[in-house]
Design a protein around this ligand. Structure first.
Ligand code: ADP
Length: 636
């Protein structure tokens, strides 16, 4: 069966009796199982299903996680920075207070150096040496408060008025002792403080006594300095000094208490000198108990953030008091540490997800279209195949009809032809001597033509018969077919002096008389198509091929140009006229028809002037395969 006929027979099986017209029927009935499975796989792939949604969901989760993580990272970084700033600011103030304390203790040391007391001019020397303006920004001055025990006030006043006749203590109070500010430098900025008695007011007095009793530096609670015209919060910083140096215990300190070195502070100025606000990015508010010492948390401050990112309150012990630092982030902090990175990640991630969805949807749509298109194409192909099948059927029917016609025509023509020839011969034999030469010649042409016509009709009949009668197919030996053909051609072989040989030929599957016919036609042509005077040589051989044999008939004749290799196998195709070589042009067509009827093929390998080799394939014998086994090994 040729590949084409195999396709059609396969198709016939799949369409048999179904009349499948609709898509559903085509889908469920006609498609082979594996094609249906593959189609279903494509259809599944063409839909958005769980895997796609899982990918999108995963991507969304990753986006959200990245967004959250990035947000936390930014927040943590900002929180760290805020904590560092907060610590820094508290440390800065504490450290600055430490330096002021050192200056106070320096004053006490200067007093000790002067033998336990100091004159106004010596104090001025000491105060000038501190270079307060340059080294202690925020301090208002540095002074000496003398402790005047009850009953010692007159002596104290006398001593002071020696240098400063107009010196006076103020304001009056109910305490029995006095703690007047004897000196304060620079005096110009602190004039109202000169002579001010620390005992007149609770804050000042309490801190002074505490400094005395502890022997440590102390600050007062919030007060308003007399020298501060703006009346803003301030405090005093004391360091006590004693007669004969620092005593070891409380009672001794009270007994030998001589006074205090002190410094007045206006908190606003202290902070201005301590904190460089422009670089801070945070705002601070300092309170002592309920009283606010310093406050940057005011709406008037352009950097103030009413809704700060971070807030912290730290309580710091400060020389006998507890200062509370309330620290918040400023607007500049928010500007510097608010990152757009998390938002970018979120927006970018969501954008990618959207793109992913668009991509999936477009893929699935394309896939669905492709499947639809394939379905339509396959339906078209099916329809075309149906048409083709119909055409092939029609063709086969008309071929059959034609062959039947050829058979009937050639068969029925034989008899009248025989009559024409016979009566013409009779006419020639009986009345030929009464006719002139021309008439006899005409009669000869008529007889020759009738004979030629008989040959043609006979060959045509044979050709038609090849498709007409059911042939018997058995295992046949090609050797016998060869012998039979040689026997039939013995006259021609003898006349031409030809050599006709063969190898050992195989047993094949076929029809004996038809195979002999093929052999005879091919060997006969090998003998006939020779150059004038040449001695023909014809050799027949066979070669095993997949599922059968290829038989070759090789001659040393005139050969055939390649462009005629196909044509010579067609009915009535001749390359020569009758005067050159006799024949009907049907020999090879008959061979071809026989070979095709066994499922084989025939072809020629030839060049002009170089002889020809006609080959045809035949199926292997079935039952007698063993018989051919010997042949195969001997060929090899
Ligand atoms: P016929 O021999 O009766 O003319 P064939 O069908 O046998 O018809 O051959 C067709 C043509 O093929 C021949 O006319 C001849 O020209 C060419 N032919 C066939 N066999 C051979 C051959 N062995 N060598 C050369 N030409 C050949």
């Amino acid at each position: 069966m040729t590949s084409l006929s195999r396709v059609f027979s396969g198709f016939r099986i799949s369409r048999q009796g179904k009349g499948a017209e609709t898509d559903a029927e085509l889908d469920s009935v006609d498609l082979p199982e594996e094609v249906r499975c593959e189609k279903a796989t494509f259809e599944r792939a063409g839909r958005l299903h769980r895997v796609h949604w899982a990918v999108i969901a995963l991507s969304l989760v990753i986006t959200l996680a990245a967004w959250q993580y990035s947000g936390e990272l930014v927040e943590r970084r900002a929180a760290d920075r805020f904590a560092r700033y907060s610590t820094q600011i508290v440390e800065m103030i504490t450290e600055r207070m430490g330096r002021y304390e050192d200056a106070l203790w320096g004053g006490a040391a200067a007093i000790y150096a002067k033998g336990g007391d100091i004159s106004h001019s010596d104090w001025k020397v000491y105060a000038d040496s501190l270079r307060i303006g340059a080294k202690y920004p925020g301090i208002n001055g540095i002074g000496v408060v003398h402790y005047v025990a009850p009953g010692k006030l007159d002596a104290y006043m006398q001593a002071q008025r020696k240098e400063r006749p107009d010196y006076r203590i103020h304001p009056p109070h109910r305490e029995s002792d006095n703690l007047p500010i004897s000196y304060i430098e620079p005096v110009a900025a602190n004039r109202p403080a000169v002579g001010l008695d620390m005992a007149h007011e609770r804050n000042r007095y309490t801190a002074a006594l505490k400094a005395r009793d502890t022997g440590r530096a102390q600050i007062t609670g919030p007060i308003v300095l007399v020298q501060d015209s703006e009346r803003t919060p301030g405090f005093l910083f004391y360091a006590p000094f004693y007669t004969g140096g620092l005593p070891e215990n409380g009672p001794a300190r009270q007994a030998r208490f001589a006074g205090l070195v002190y410094a007045p502070f206006i908190v606003k100025r202290l902070m201005a000198g301590t904190l460089q606000k422009d670089k801070r990015e945070i705002s601070v508010k300092i309170s002592d108990g309920e009283a606010v010492l310093y406050n940057e948390h005011v709406a008037a401050d352009t950097d103030y953030d009413a809704d700060p990112m971070f807030r912290q309150t730290v309580s710091v012990p400060m020389y006998g008091r507890n200062w509370s630092f309330e620290i918040i982030t400023a607007k500049s902090f928010r500007d510097n540490y608010t990152s757009s990175q998390p938002t970018l990640i979120l927006v970018g991630g969501i954008l990618i997800d959207v793109l992913l969805i668009v991509l999936f949807v477009s893929f699935s749509r394309t896939n669905r279209r492709a499947i639809g298109f394939a379905g339509r194409m396959s339906r078209n192909a099916d329809e075309k195949a149906v048409e083709l099948e119909k055409m092939v059927g029609n063709l086969a029917a008309s071929n059959e009809e034609l062959e039947r016609f050829a058979y009937v025509a050639s068969h029925d023509l034989q008899e009248p032809l025989r009559m024409v020839r016979s009566f013409t011969v009779l006419l020639r034999d009986r009345y030929g001597d009464r006719l002139d030469d021309d008439a006899r010649n005409y009669m000869k042409i008529s007889i020759d033509s009738a004979e030629r016509m008989q040959e043609l009709v006979s060959d045509l009949l044979q050709y038609a018969r090849m498709g007409e009668d059911a042939q018997q197919v058995t295992n046949i030996g090609l050797d016998e077919a060869f012998d039979y053909a040689v026997e039939n051609l013995s006259d021609a072989i003898r006349d031409s002096g030809a050599t006709v040989t063969s190898d050992k030929l195989p047993v094949i599957r076929g029809n004996a008389s038809r195979m002999a016919r093929v052999m005879q036609n091919l060997i006969g042509n090998g003998l006939k198509y020779q150059a004038k005077g040449a001695t023909p040589t014809v050799h027949v051989s066979a070669e095993k091929c997949d599922g059968g044999w290829i038989v070759s008939v090789q001659d040393n004749g005139i050969g055939i140009a390649p462009e005629y290799h196909e044509q010579v196998l067609q009915p009535f195709r001749r390359l020569h006229n009758m005067t050159e070589y006799s024949g009907t042009g049907m020999g090879l067509a008959i061979c071809r028809k026989i070979v095709l009827s066994f499922g084989g093929e025939i072809w020629v390998d030839s060049e002009e002037g170089k002889g020809s080799t006609f080959c045809f394939s035949v199926p292997e014998a079935v039952a007698d395969a063993a018989e051919n086994a010997n042949l195969e090994t001997s060929d090899a």
